[in-house]
Design a protein around this ligand. Structure first.
Ligand SMILES: NC(=O)c1ccc[n+]([C@@H]2O[C@H](COP(=O)([O-])OP(=O)(O)OC[C@H]3O[C@@H](n4cnc5c(N)ncnc54)[C@H](OP(=O)(O)O)[C@@H]3O)[C@@H](O)[C@H]2O)c1
Length: 227
């Protein structure tokens, strides 16, 4: 499977790329820093140099043409002020979806955010702006006719993954490791029957393969059998 990841130099995106490469798939993606091109090359991943904000939709379409799925896992990370959050977290997914549609790539996975997790700990204006932009991006994506899937993780940790999550029902736990989010994203990418669903994912007790299988079963039209 060929997968184009915007945010492949970041925490979740790099882990998704690494896991796909280890499974023999062909991840690629967009990075803004030459050192990330080199770091990813050392993992066997060919990344493209580019910036989602400055690239045109046509340029992005050229970059994603021929892949089986695109993943948006980029984010401004609150580093460059609210305008950057608007352009990347808010405008980015819709722009990438437009490019995917132009290039004939139907599958689109958005790593968004679990809005309730951690909310009470940080209520400042920039954080609320981030949440508004994440929501705006989700709305733009669900209005497309792509085979989209939105995954909303709770607060992300760099601790080693546990291989277990809570996926689907919004159970309000506060944290999940980036490893476990990446493993969940990869398992969902490998379930092409899942689309047009919004899934919340947080730390939990269910092995990830079982959690994804349960979502597939719940989402399947009644009377159908899953492969
Ligand atoms: N942090 C949390 O607790 C949390 C919780 C739930 C959901 N999320 C969301 O989960 C996703 C992944 O989070 P993360 O912590 O793994 O992200 P991250 O480590 O901050 O990585 C984000 C990546 O996006 C890239 N990026 C930013 N602007 C870009 C642009 N204009 N063009 C191309 N790439 C660009 C960054 O590139 P550079 O390396 O060049 O900066 C970075 O590599 C994000 O969407 C985030 O909003 C985060």
């Amino acid at each position: 499977m060929k997968v184009f990841i915007v945010g492949i130099g970041g925490g979740v995106g790099r882990r998704v790329g690494e896991q796909l490469a280890a499974a023999g798939d062909e991840p690629t993606g967009l990075v803004r820093q030459q050192r990330q091109v080199e770091a990813l090359a050392s993992l066997g991943i060919k990344a493209k140099f580019g910036d989602l904000v400055t690239m045109s939709v046509d340029e992005l379409a050229d970059a994603v043409r021929g892949v089986d799925a695109v993943v948006f896992s980029a984010g401004a990370g609150g580093k460059d002020g609210d305008d950057a959050t608007t352009r990347i977290d808010g405008d980015g997914p819709g722009k990438l979806a437009e490019a995917a549609a132009l290039a004939g790539v139907r599958r689109f996975m958005l790593v968004s955010v679990f809005p309730e997790a951690w909310r009470e700990r940080r209520m400042d204006a920039s954080f609320e702006h981030y949440m508004v932009q994440k929501k705006r991006a989700e709305i733009a994506l669900v209005q497309t006719d792509l085979d989209w899937l939105i995954v909303r993780p709770s607060a992300l940790l760099n601790d080693p993954g546990t291989g277990r999550v809570d996926l689907g029902l919004a159970k309000v736990r506060e944290e999940i490791t980036r490893d476990d989010v990446a493993t969940t994203v990869v398992a969902l990418l490998k379930s092409p029957d899942l689309s047009r669903l919004i899934l919340e994912v947080t730390g939990g007790d269910v092995p990830i393969a079982e959690a994804v299988a349960a979502v597939r079963e719940a989402a399947a039209p009644s009377g159908s059998e899953q492969a």
